[in-house]
Design a protein around this ligand. Structure first.
Ligand code: OOG
Ligand code: MG
Length: 255
């Protein structure tokens, strides 16, 4: 049986090289708490290589996402500068194992936020919101995992692209969205799919991070979680998501 730190090293190397590893849960039983401990150790390796934490991602905040991966608990992970994809930019498929893309709403923080907070307190700490997409790439074979597995794997985080920042005082509780590939819609939905209102994902972030001694800081980006099921990426695709009232965000996929 490997130590938690050995699993962290394994997942970190798999993420860096874009390849698959067996599920930890095939090897041994472990708890969600141990999953977060592995995540922290694996991310510490990235920070040691010079990557900077730029925010966090929430995951499994919509029913569509929970059903797609068969895990029904909200999770979180860390975002680094190396995961950032330029708006309208191109990603290289060879960097990933089996990437998927999903429409997300992004928050930009202007004040610290931690612990038990109300929706109103959470929004008071938000500078802006933006249309966004996340590229998820589970490091596990066949994109299959248990709750502790996915938590250990930084909740499948791999890349994210954020569109133009918008006024957060608008009502973003139920904005329609369409994600298309080469001009054809592949997913449609609403921001209401995110826990009924995306602000609840931010409230959950503040609470969940605090358990691990982390806080949201000014300048942090928070991804609220996929509003629809994720779509597999392939070379040559042009991906674009349009959010009602927020504009659009796009990127393309190269070799
Ligand atoms: C787990 C990460 C979930 C989301 O937005 O729901 C996630 C996965 O689906 O691999 O990022
Ligand atoms: Mg996501």
């Amino acid at each position: 049986m490997k130590s938690l730190n050995e699993y962290a090293a394994l997942l970190d190397a798999a993420a860096a090289e874009g390849r698959e590893v067996p599920q930890i849960s095939n090897d041994r039983a472990f708890t969600v708490e141990e999953g977060y401990a592995i995540q922290a150790m694996s991310m510490a390796r990235r920070y040691a290589r010079g990557e900077k934490r730029v925010g966090v991602k929430m995951g499994l905040t919509s029913r569509a996402k929970m059903l797609q991966v068969g895990v029904d608990e909200v999770v979180w992970g860390r975002l680094t500068d190396a995961m950032r994809v330029e708006e309208g930019g191109r990603v290289s498929l060879s960097r990933y194992a089996h990437p998927r893309v999903e429409p997300e709403l992004a928050f930009l923080m202007k004040a610290p936020l931690a612990g038990e907070v109300s929706n109103v307190e959470a929004m008071a700490a938000v500078a802006a919101i933006a249309p966004a997409m996340e590229i998820i790439d589970s490091r596990y074979q066949n994109f299959k995992f248990t709750l502790p597995d996915v938590v250990a794997d930084n909740s499948s985080s791999s890349g994210f692209v954020v569109g133009s920042w918008c006024d957060p005082t608008m009502d973003f509780s139920n904005l329609g969205l369409i994600m298309d590939v080469d001009g054809r819609p592949v997913q449609t939905g609403s921001t209401a799919a995110i826990l009924g209102h995306p602000v609840r994902s931010l409230v959950a972030a503040a609470r969940m991070l605090a358990r691990w001694g982390e806080t949201l800081k000014p300048g942090d980006i928070v991804l609220a979680g996929g509003a629809t099921a994720a779509h597999p990426l392939a070379v040559g695709m042009q991906i674009r998501t349009e959010f009602q009232g927020l504009g659009s965000v796009s990127f393309s996929v190269g070799e």
